[in-house]
Design a protein around this ligand. Sequence first.
Ligand SMILES: [Zn+2]
Ligand SMILES: [Zn+2]
Length: 334
Amino acid sequence: MLHRKLLAITFLLLLPAFVFAQRKHKAKHRSKLVAAPTSSDAGSFRIVPLGVLGGIDESNLSAYMVAPVGSNNYVCLDAGTLHAGIEKAIDNKAFDVRGDKVLKQYIKGYFISHAHLDHLAGLIINSPEDSTKNIYGLASTLETLKTHYFTWESWANFADDGGKPQLKKYHYSPLLPGVESAVDNTDMQVQAFPLSHSNLTSTAFLLRSKDSYVLYLGDTGADEIEKSQNLHKLWEAVAPLVAAGKLKALMIEVSYPSDQPDKNLFGHLTPRLLMNEMDVLAQLSGTSLKGLNVVVTHMKPPYRSITKIKVQLNYANKRQMNLIYPRQGKPLVF
Ligand SMILES: [Zn+2]
Ligand SMILES: [Zn+2]
């Protein structure tokens, strides 16, 4: 008995030394092999949230920079807040360059899910300082930008279509639903899917880098409330990716706690409605969704409501998905 105990203690004492030696060995081995930067073992995507909330705090509204790991060629998914988020990210050492370089050189294009202000105010306000790039979205979203924002009445027309003169900094690049297209100046491809968001069509963007995917949903209501099939069709489209482990993260909104009355949802999700939708995805993909990275976006203040959403989500997470609450300026790697 004593002998066995001694053996165990000796083992425990030696364990750190053993692990250290192994790590050293691995590091040495790796340094020999690595010729070019590779994203394969570090993860596929780097996401830098520039804004994460679904309301009132104009310094922290939906905007997420996404690039393949190791690349500085980002897209920005929605653009509610840009400047304040970039500054916060720099404070957090997420970028080691100046803010104007992140805005002008790192962001290669914007993907706007729908034309509500909390998803594009940052783009409009920062446009005088920005560089030439594409704005991607469904035709209906781009039409609203053209006829309601870059009009010379609301703001100078920095785009290459609409009211004259056209300053031609931004090019409207309409996406056809379900058709994959390349994202200019990046190594990523994108597919758009329509979503029901009260009176508007919102958009989900499926980004691909090699064989890995991230799915970002703009504001969306649940199919059962919206009397829609849009989410069902989206889940059908991504189910094979989930089954194959290729969907690295699902970024989806949860705006209100579950006790929000249906008539006051305005095309948004609650923890209960999200979990119902996840049941559909689980069924279609034939998986439990255990460990799936789910980034919860667009929670609406006040903070007691956000706390409630988190408690309800964590409680309802019977599928053991990996629920992630993004923070402004804190990078995520998937
Ligand atoms: Zn919104
Ligand atoms: Zn909205």
